[in-house]
Write a new protein. Structure first.
Length: 371
């Protein structure tokens, strides 16, 4: 039978993600609107976006945080184009976005010494094969495959190269071993449900040292430049952005940080995301027609949860449309380049009660598309 209870919030998209519970745009710091980002008010807000991020995440001493253009994509591109080329590179790929960074390194930057480690959707590369005499580029969580690295134990503390980590669907939802990460990038529209268009760039002291000691041989676009006269532009890491940001988006991000802080900080949001994953894991365990795309429980994402179904691709599309039409789940189809299936966001802005309400609808829709 068709269920009667619907999720209160049917927004299960993996980006942009659901706004936090109780979100009200009228409660944002709206005096920022219409003001210059270079005004005292604008600089204060942008500075807070950097300093509050560092405080809530518990970043080590000397780590720097910046707001940069073009979402997580802009942040990781900025890092790669600014830092790579000084030594060989190992680049790890097991889904579409990490595959895009392979393309950048091999076909755009055309670096001469590159080791590409690839795995199919659902699998993780052999982390023991990574050469840490090289710089290493990887995603912490494969947003389009639902496969994450299990922890940071595979990264040595005494590595020679830098580690560049695209963590856009992991920061605030997974434990990050900051001392082992030299560059971390993410965007506001993932775990905190913020607005799009802006990226966050976190640099370790080792990354700063590389920036000041190494000049890439290629032209550097203005939006990528982090140094001047061989020295780091420290203002960038105090909220003096390279280009004009949306002050409405900045206010939205500060609201999300404040909400997360009120829950108890990053450990609370990690726990909330893991509890959300458990709702789906229990459902999968009870139904033999649905399974996780991630083959190993240790590498199973607790944010972008990717699921396979015993249906044809056409039936899966029909199921996604049916759930959308009923208003119980929006935007939960698998990423366009991933195997056909479902992708349900389980970050901290999603309520477990909404996921519990959704599960019977999955059963109903699965049987409905078979008739």
């Amino acid at each position: 039978m068709q269920p009667t209870l619907k999720p209160h919030n049917p927004n299960f998209s993996s980006g942009p993600c659901a706004k936090r519970p109780g979100y009200d745009v009228s409660q944002l710091q709206l005096e920022l609107l219409g003001r210059s980002h270079r005004s005292a008010l604008g600089k204060k807000a942008l500075g807070l976006a950097c300093s509050e991020t560092a405080r809530i995440l518990g970043l080590p001493e000397g780590y720097r945080v910046a707001v940069v253009p073009a979402s997580d994509t802009g942040a990781i591109e900025m890092a790669m184009w600014s830092l790579l080329g000084e030594r060989g590179v190992d680049v790890l790929a097991w889904e579409s976005f990490s595959g895009a960074w392979v393309t950048d390194i091999v076909e755009q930057l055309k670096l001469p010494q590159v080791n590409v480690l690839k795995a199919d959707y659902g699998d993780l590369v052999d982390l023991q094969r990574v050469n840490f005499d090289h710089d290493v580029v990887f995603v912490w969580n494969g947003t389009t495959s639902g496969v994450k690295v299990p922890n940071g134990d595979w990264i040595p503390a005494n590595r020679a190269g830098l580690t560049l980590c695209d963590a856009t669907s992991a920061v605030f939802a997974m434990d990050m071993p900051w001392e082992k990460l030299d560059v971390v990038t993410y965007s506001w529209q993932k775990v905190l449900g913020g607005e799009g268009g802006h990226g966050m760039l976190i640099l370790s002291p080792r990354a700063v040292q590389r920036l000041e000691a190494y000049t890439p041989p290629w032209p550097m676009p203005k939006v990528f430049r982090m140094t001047s006269g061989g020295k780091l532009n420290e203002g960038l890491f105090k909220g003096e952005t390279i280009n004009t940001p949306s002050m409405l988006c900045v206010a939205d991000y500060l609201d999300a940080l404040q909400w997360m802080d009120s829950l108890g900080g990053v450990q609370a949001t990690i726990a909330k995301s893991q509890a959300n994953l458990k709702v789906i894991a229990d459902f999968v365990a009870a139904n033999d027609w649905i399974s996780f795309l991630a083959k190993s429980p240790q590498t199973r994402s607790n944010t972008s949860v990717c699921l396979s179904l015993e249906l044809s691709e056409a039936q899966i599309k029909q199921m996604v449309t049916l759930l959308d039409t009923e208003g119980v789940a929006y935007d939960i189809g698998a990423y366009k380049e991933a195997p056909a299936g479902l992708r349900i966001w389980c970050g901290a802005t999603v309520e477990a009660a909404d996921l519990e309400a959704l599960m019977p609808w999955l059963t109903w829709a699965y049987h409905a598309v078979q008739t």
